[in-house]
Design a protein around this ligand. Structure first.
Ligand code: HEM
Length: 326
C-alpha cells in the first residue's frame, strides 16, 4: 500500500472519527477499526461528518466514477511523460541526423527591431510559469507511477507537496501571460495561403533530399509558429478554465461530473502544450541559428530576418517601419 497516501488517509480518518460518525452518515468508519480497515473504508467512499457545509464535504475520497483513475494511470500520465521526454529524445535525434538551420550568409551584425520590450516581457511572463507548470504538473499527474517507486517516502512527500504549491501559484502569472500574448499577438498569426507551401517543404529546416536549401515564404510569423500560437491560444484557454474550476471549487461549485471532465481536459491540454513547447524551445534555442536573440533583446539579425521571415522584412522595408538597433 502506498504509505504516503495511507498517512493522509489516516489523518483524515482520525479527524473524522474523532469528531463525528454518530450522525447517521452513510457508511461511517468504525472508531475502533484498524488502519487497514479505515483506509479500505475510505477508499470505498466512506462518508462522515464535518462542520463544513460545502458540497461533498463529508466524503474524503470520491468514488463517483473510477474509470477516470484508469484513464489517468494508463493514458494521461504516460502521455505527459512521452510529451516531455519522448519529444526531447525525438528532437535531439532529429538534430543529430539533420543538423541545425544555419544562416547561409552568416550574421550581418545589423540588428532589426522585431519585438517590443513589452512583448518580450509578456512572453517570459507566460513562458517561465508554463515551464514550471509542466514540470510540477508532471509530478502531480505522473509522479506516483513513474517517480515515487524510486524515491524515499519523505522525499516523495516533500516533492509532491512542493509541486502542488508551485503549480497552484504559477497558474496565475501563466494566465496573465497567456491572455496578453493571445490578445496582442493574434493579428500577426492569421493563416495565409503561402503557409501551405511552408508546410510542404517543412519550413526549409530539412537539410537533405528534395527539401535541402528550400526557403519558403513567411511573414512576421511562419506557418509552424502560427500552428504553435493557435494551439497555445486554444489549449491555453481550456487549461486555464479547467484549472480555475479545480483550483476554486468553492467559487464555481462544479458538479462531480464537471470536475472529472475538467480534470481530464486539463491533462489532455497539458500534454498538447507540453509537446508543442518542447518543439518550440528546440526551434528557438538550437534549431534556428540566431532565433533566440528575438526573445532576449527583441531584435534579430538582418540575415535571419531575410532567411526566415522574408515577406515581413520586405514589408517593413517597403513601408518604412524597419528600425535598426542604434
Ligand atoms: C526556454 C523556453 C523558451 C524559449 C527559449 C522561447 C523562445 C522564443 C522565441 C525566440 C520566440 C520568437 C520567435 C520569433 O521571433 O519568430 C518565441 C515566441 C513565442 N513563444 Fe516562446 N520560448 C520559450 C518558451 C515558451 C513557452 C513555454 C511558451 C508558452 C507559454 C512560449 C510561447 C511563445 C509564443 C506563443 C510565441 C509567439 C509565436 C512564435 O513566434 O513562435 N514560449 N519564443
Amino acid at each position: 500500500m502506498n504509505k504516503w497516501f495511507k498517512h493522509i488517509g489516516l489523518a483524515i480518518a482520525l479527524m473524522f472519527s474523532a469528531v463525528c460518525f454518530a450522525n447517521g452518515a452513510d457508511a461511517p468508519v468504525e472508531p475502533q477499526a484498524s488502519d487497514a480497515q479505515i483506509w479500505a473504508q475510505l477508499k470505498d467512499g466512506a462518508t462522515g461528518y464535518t462542520t463544513s457545509d460545502s458540497q461533498f464535504h463529508n466524503q474524503p475520497i470520491n468514488t463517483y466514477d473510477l474509470r477516470v483513475l484508469e484513464l489517468r494511470s494508463d493514458w494521461l500520465a504516460p502521455g505527459l511523460m512521452l510529451a516531455l521526454f519522448g519529444m526531447i529524445i525525438i528532437f535531439a535525434l532529429f538534430i543529430m541526423v539533420n543538423g541545425i538551420s544555419k544562416l547561409h550568409h552568416g550574421f550581418s551584425g545589423k540588428m532589426v527591431h522585431r519585438w517590443s520590450k513589452f512583448d518580450v516581457s509578456i512572453h517570459w511572463l507566460g513562458a517561465i510559469p508554463c515551464l514550471l507548470l509542466i514540470l510540477t504538473g508532471l509530478v502531480l499527474l505522473a509522479g506516483r507511477f513513474f517517480f515515487q517507486p524510486y524515491l524515499g517516502e519523505g522525499f516523495w512527500a516533500s516533492m509532491v507537496n512542493g509541486a502542488k504549491q508551485v503549480h497552484d501559484v504559477m497558474a496565475i502569472p501563466f494566465m496573465f501571460g497567456w491572455a496578453l500574448m493571445t490578445l496582442l499577438w493574434a493579428k500577426n498569426q492569421l493563416p495565409k495561403m503561402y503557409d501551405v507551401k511552408w508546410f510542404m517543404v517543412v519550413g526549409g529546416y530539412i537539410n537533405f533530399g528534395p527539401f535541402k536549401g528550400k526557403h519558403p515564404d513567411a511573414g512576421f510569423a511562419n506557418a509552424g509558429e502560427k500552428m504553435w500560437f493557435w494551439a497555445f491560444a486554444f489549449f491555453g484557454l481550456i487549461i486555464s478554465a479547467s484549472g480555475m474550476l479545480l483550483l476554486f471549487p468553492n467559487l464555481f461549485e462544479p458538479s462531480r461530473t464537471l470536475s472529472l471532465i475538467a480534470l481530464v481536459l486539463h491533462s489532455i491540454s497539458a500534454i498538447i502544450i507540453c509537446a508543442f513547447s518542447i518543439v518550440h524551445i528546440f526551434m528557438a534555442t538550437v534549431m534556428s541559428e540566431g532565433g533566440m536573440e528575438c526573445m532576449i533583446s527583441g531584435y534579430c539579425d538582418e540575415n535571419w530576418a531575410t532567411q526566415h521571415h522574408n515577406l515581413w522584412y520586405d514589408e517593413i522595408k517597403a513601408n518604412g517601419t524597419l528600425k535598426y538597433r542604434d
